[in-house]
Design a protein around this ligand. Structure first.
Ligand SMILES: O=C(O)C(=O)C[C@H](O)C(=O)CO
Ligand SMILES: [Zn+2]
Length: 276
């Protein structure tokens, strides 16, 4: 498993574009017919993708975990970005449609993935964090998600937050996960932006049209840096970094957080005029 180590804010301030992208952007995560996992020291998150075609793919153990099996001391949240598929967790099969979420609790041993149609596969995006307790493996459909309406047409940031794994939804140890979808014409996410020293965040942009990009802004509020992000690319966002973006067309993104609290609204808001 590839490992990414996070630079500090001071180191980040002197990185050139290539170095910045190498540190914070997972530009090649999704591979058809494969399980691909990347480990980061950012709250010990593992970010991964599983695109099954013919047959099943297994979430195997990895030497780096020094564990007997992947979820021995970890929990996993996944969102299906593709067509219908299923996930088998210790013999229980969960049918997972586009935009459905599955939480897999600590202690789950045998985890495997399938697509309903190999020609139009499921695209499972997953984020895993260490877990101190076992919570039940639970599925939520798009209709089950808690919806939060944010932004306005005038500010081009009218959007719906779909919350799946959160304080009042699927229970977890530290993982909080959902996705954000825009109303037609809106392109700004997470603006006004924020930091949260108590949690780090992982953004996976998806449904970005091939010729388009999201201009993701990261860095300390007074020292921001741009990352041009394509479809199915992931940005790692340390607690000290803002995480906001503007698309050249409409898009969605999955946000996932790990850390010492799970309060979605615990954000240190940055005034737009204070950004540099
Ligand atoms: O569009 C948004 O606003 C978000 O999706 C915000 C993220 O979920 C976030 O940054 C939560 O801390
Ligand atoms: Zn945030």
């Amino acid at each position: 498993m590839e490992t990414r180590l996070m630079p500090s804010p001071r180191e980040t301030a002197v990185l050139d574009t290539q170095e910045l992208r190498a540190a914070f952007l997972l530009d090649e995560l999704f591979f058809t017919g494969e399980v691909n996992l990347i480990y980061t020291d950012l709250d010990r998150a593992i970010v991964g993708s599983v695109i099954p075609t013919e047959g099943t793919l297994v979430l195997g153990n990895d030497d780096a975990l020094k564990a007997d099996f992947f979820c021995q001391r970890r929990e996993v949240g996944l969102l299906n970005l593709g067509a219908a598929g299923s996930v088998d967790v210790d013999g229980t099969v969960y049918e997972i449609d586009k935009h459905d979420c599955l939480y897999i609790g600590r202690g789950s041993k045998e985890i495997s993935f399938s697509s309903t149609d190999a020609g139009d596969p499921a695209v499972f995006y997953l984020v895993s964090y260490p877990a101190h307790a076992g919570y039940p493996t639970t599925k939520a459909t798009r209709a089950d998600a808690n919806r939060v309406e944010l932004g306005s047409k005038d500010e081009c940031n009218e959007r719906t937050i779909f919350q799946y794994i959160h304080e009042n939804g699927i229970k977890s140890c530290q993982l909080v996960l959902g996705f954000t979808e825009f109303k037609p014409g809106s392109i700004w996410n997470t603006m006004p932006c924020h930091t949260h020293d108590r949690r780090s965040e992982v953004y996976c942009y998806f449904d970005v049209p091939a010729a388009h990009r999201v201009l993701h802004m990261m860095g300390q509020p007074q020292e921001t840096r741009p990352l041009w992000v394509a479809d199915r690319q992931v940005v790692l966002s340390p607690p000290w970094s803002v995480h906001t973006g503007c698309g050249t067309a409409s898009y969605r993104f999955c946000w996932a957080m790990g850390g010492e609290n799970q309060a979605f609204t615990d954000m240190d808001r940055v005034e737009i005029a204070d950004l540099r």
